[in-house]
Design a binder for this molecule. Structure first.
Ligand code: FAD
Length: 680
């Protein structure tokens, strides 16, 4: 029986979120059932395929990300095939089929697939099957399923043509250079089943199959890593028992990325009480309005070093830390904390794993007593963790945000062992920030804005300090290439980098139906997500000018109109373009009050005051128009005050008592029409 050589095809994918990859893997799996073998590779594994010399059909499955960009793992491929030096017959030998994945909710639908296809054709490649354009906006399967169904016949249809081209090519090669004949090349033209047929086939009927058999027998003379010979290949095997499985592993969708800070801008005047900074990151991931992301920052090196010095461990900072459980520990369910890596140096542990600035809990203070020699110090630590000393603990430790190091400085006779710190210091957490941009407006960029947290000096804390993450970012950009006036980086210094990951999707999103009216309440940096909402809305309006849009209200507030009014130009621009229908701003420390509407009897200092002033519209949107209210920013005061104002407004509007008004608000919350994104 002659051997078939026409059963292999190349399958390449470019995938951002795994959909294209999973479709490609499905095709590879199914290929066997169709008597075909797929050589599956990701487009960035260019050592696994060679399109320049490929003479089997090539199938591409590619998605599009961001604003029409290629997925990360297809970027290099796209770059390679776009080289201007390539001639118009570069891919003349290539036959391809392409399935493009995209989403019509975004600009440049299936742009990556279209770019690849255009370039393949410019370089002489021939399409053997009509390209599919699948839309995630309506369901990929509507195009993917029928496309896959037709793919198999298309491949089988093109294979014979390519095989005759190939055999001509092989014959040519064989005649030209018999010595250079490579058996491996021909072996991978065969499927396993076909190979078995070949070994028993004896002499083949035509010149082409003869040349194949020669190659094959050469291969089978030697075993290799992947192929065996008799007697091994035919003997019964004693295979060891399968070891039991014990791990469940999954990968979180969020990816930790190291990204450049491409822009930094001080949003407040130097005489403002708080300093707000805007950072822009170069980021390829897609995010939605309302999304937030985590910034990973280390503890300050000086603080880590000081603490290690204080513990007399500084000279061992590069030693690996071994941790195991005390055999006879009385602690129930004791286990090594999951945030402690198995192998890490002391310095790494203190820099990246433990929140060394966290306020020591009473249990920690209690444990410290045992390692304090001075009797006065012991007594005071005992008081601070006792029931009787609760008020003192709150005043001097908790409210003062005292860190362990500050406590140890105050109690110099206390020398805790390292184990106690690892037991009691919590995990160093990344800090979340809300996206203050839309990727429709700023493709490939993500902006956020933050206040630099300041902890003033006090009797317990002799030196003032900044918040951990905000202080770290502040230093990063002030020691980097940015000039705050210029905002763009200068060329002389490399861009600073930070690690970020997108937080799992939240419900803090603008309504999917743009005709639903909504209210945004976001004073200070709380306005951040609403800048994203409004940019997104403005861009969507440009592409869909005929859409009916509901009214949008934004209640914003800051201290001074001229010092810390964040995004002023942007907000006024949204009003002029009609993207934002009502902008209500108040300034808590300006004498002359904004908005032209405040009398001294009813000052409009804070957002809740403005909400009350527009109570009729607010309650109308919430109670009659099925609208939504979003509150973002300070949880301690603002969010509570706004909540209280809403209860009162509902109470007055519906003429119900306080309790019923609260129930109404709770219902809005359940219906996800009262949404909060608030932080301490
Ligand atoms: P830390 O060192 O962690 O200190 C902050 C802590 O200190 C807080 O508990 C605070 O209550 C307390 N504190 C603050 N000032 C003082 C003081 N003077 N004395 C004593 N204690 C004090 N922040 C933004 O600025 N912009 C955003 O867009 C944003 N989005 C967020 C989104 C989400 C979902 C969440 C949960 C938080 C968001 N935050 C945002 C808050 C942000 O994550 C950080 O908490 C904040 O930037 C402070 O981080 P830090 O490490 O600098 O401060």
């Amino acid at each position: 029986m002659p051997c078939e050589v026409t059963s292999r095809f190349v399958l390449l994918y470019g995938s951002q979120k795994g959909q294209a990859q999973s479709i490609a893997e499905g095709i590879a799996e199914e290929a066997k059932g169709h008597g075909l073998a797929a050589d599956l590779s990701c487009l960035d594994q260019n050592d696994k395929y060679n399109l320049e010399e490929e003479n089997s059909p090539v199938v591409f499955i590619v998605s599009t990300t961001g604003d029409g960009e290629a997925p990360d793992n297809a970027l290099q491929f796209v770059k390679r095939i776009r080289r201007k030096t390539l001639t118009s017959d570069h891919f003349k030998h290539l036959c391809y089929a392409l399935l493009a994945l995209g989403d019509t909710n975004y600009a440049n639908f299936c742009n990556c697939g279209k770019t690849i296809e255009r370039r393949l054709q410019e370089l002489g490649a021939k399409q053997f099957y009509a390209t599919g354009f699948a839309d995630d906006g309506i369901g990929l399967e509507l195009v993917v399923d029928p496309w896959l169904e037709g793919l198999w016949n298309a491949i089988k249809g093109v294979l014979p043509n390519m095989a005759s081209d190939r055999s001509a090519h092989l014959k040519e090669n064989a005649e030209e250079s018999k010595d250079l004949f490579s058996p491996d090349v021909r072996l991978n033209l065969l499927t396993i089943g076909e190979r078995q047929d070949c070994t028993s086939a004896g002499t083949a009927g035509n010149a082409e199959s003869q040349s194949r058999d020669v190659g094959l027998s050469t291969v089978l003379l030697a075993s290799s890593l992947t192929h065996s010979l008799p007697p091994l290949s035919v003997s019964a095997l004693n295979v060891p028992t399968l070891p039991p499985l014990y791990l469940k592993v999954s990968l979180q969708e969020e990816v930790l990325r190291e990204v450049n800070i491409s822009k930094a801008l001080q949003m407040t005047r130097d005489d403002s009480v708080k300093t707000a900074l805007l950072l822009e990151l170069d980021i390829s991931m897609i995010y939605q309005p309302g999304d937030s992301f985590d910034v990973y920052c280390p503890n300050r090196t000086t603080e880590v070093d000081n603490l290690l010095h204080r513990l007399s461990l500084y000279n061992q900072k590069h030693c690996l830390v071994n941790i195991s459980l005390i055999k006879d520990t009385k602690k129930k369910g004791a286990q090594v904390p999951s945030h402690i890596p198995e192998k890490a140096s002391l310095h790494f542990l203190f820099s990246w794993c433990l929140e060394i600035r966290s306020v020591p809990k009473k249990a920690f203070v209690r444990a410290l007593v045992e390692h304090t020699c001075d009797s006065v110090h012991r007594r005071r630590l005992q008081e601070l963790c006792s029931k009787q000393g609760a008020a003192d603990y709150n005043l001097y430790v908790r409210d003062a945000s005292l860190s362990l190091m500050e406590l140890l400085t105050a109690f110099p006779s206390c020398s805790p062992p390292l184990s106690l710190l690892i037991e009691h210091l919590p995990k160093l957490q990344p800090r979340p920030y809300s996206a203050a941009s839309s990727c429709l407006r700023h493709p490939g960029k993500l902006r956020f804005v933050f206040n630099v947290v300041e902890f003033p000096a006090s009797s317990e804390r002799l030196v003032k300090r900044r918040g951990l993450c905000t202080g770290w970012m502040f230093d990063l950009i002030h020691s980097g290439p940015f000039s705050m006036e210029n905002t763009e980086s200068s060329d002389s210094l490399p861009l600073p980098k930070i690690h970020v990951s997108l937080r799992s999707s939240c419900s803090f999103r603008p309504p999917s139906d743009p005709s639903v009216p909504y209210i945004m309440v976001g004073p200070g940096t709380g306005v951040a997500p609403f800048i994203g909402f409004l940019q997104h809305r403005e861009e969507t309006r440009k592409t869909h000018p005929d859409r009916v849009l509901g009214n949008t209200w934004l209640f914003y507030g800051c201290r001074h109109k001229d010092r810390d009014y964040l995004f002023r130009e942007d907000l006024e621009g949204f009003v002029s373009s009609g993207t934002l229908t009502h902008l209500k701003v108040c300034f808590s420390r300006d004498d002359a009050v904004n908005d032209g509407s405040t009398s001294s009897a009813h000052p409009t200092k804070y957002v809740q005051h403005n909400l009350r002033r527009h109570s009729r519209h607010v309650t109308d949107i919430l109670l009659k128009q099925n609208g939504v209210i979003y509150v973002c920013g300070d949880a301690k005061n603002m969010a509570k005050d706004v909540n209280e104002a809403l209860v009162e407004m509902i109470r007055d509007e519906l003429k119900v008592d306080q309790l019923d008004a609260m129930k109404h608000l709770a219902t809005l919350r359940e219906q996800k029409r009262y949404l909060q994104d608030i932080w301490a």
